[in-house]
Design a protein around this ligand. Sequence first.
Ligand code: C5P
Length: 226
Amino acid sequence: MKKIIIAIDGYSSTGKSTIAKRLAKELGYIYVDTGAMYRAVTLYAMNNDLYTDDLDREGLIERLDDVKVRFVFNDTLGYGETYLNDVNVEEAIRSMDVSNRVSAVAAISEVRKKLVKEQRAMGQEKGIVMDGRDVGTVVFPDAELKLFMTASPEIRATRRYKELLNKGQEVTFEEVLKNVTDRDYIDSHRKDSPLVRAKDAIVLDNSDMGKNEQFERIYNHAMRMI
Ligand code: C5P
C-alpha cells in the first residue's frame, strides 16, 4: 500500500484528534497532534515564569533551545503521549490555563519555525496523520489528503465542556465557549500561518454528523488514495 500524508486542520474542538487517532490506528500510520506541541511550549513558559499574567515573548524566544517536545508511544492508548523535557505532560497541557494562553504562544514566529521543522521531520517517511491549524497549508502543503473540520462554536464548546467535566476539571460552559471563540479568532488573525482552509482541502462540517459517519467519510477518502 502507498503511504501518504493526511493533514487535518480546522477550528478548536472540532474533534480533529479523535478522528485523526482512529484513522492512524486503522491505517497503521503515525499520529501527530501538533496542538500538543504548542501546548507543551506554553506549559514550559508557564513553568518558567515566562507567562504568568503577561507573556515574556523575548524571554521565551531566548530559551527555545531548552524546550524539548517529543511523543512517546503508549501501547495501551495506541498513540504517542506528549513529553516536555522528559516529563509526561499529556494531562497538564489540556488544562484551561494552558488553553487560555496557547494561542498567544503559537503566534510567535520563532516558536512556529522550531515546531514546524520538527513536524516536517516526523513526516519524512510519510504514513502519517497530523492534525492542527496549518498542516495542509504550511507544514505539508503537498499532503495527499487534506481535511478541514468545522462546526458551530456552540456545538464545539458543548463537546469540549463535557470532555473537561469528565476529566474532573472545574469549568463553566461560558468559560469554554469564550476560550474556543477567542482561540479561533487569534489563530485565524495572526500574521504567521493563520488558520485558513487550504484550497484543496475537503471541508467537513460535523455540526450534525456523528463520529462514525465522519470517520467513514474520511476513511473512504483515504482508501481511494492509498
Ligand atoms: O489542537 P489544539 O486545540 O490542542 O491546539 C491548541 C492551540 O495550538 C491552537 O488553538 C493554536 O493556537 C495552536 N496551534 C497552532 N498550529 C497548529 C496546531 C495548534 O497554532 N498546527
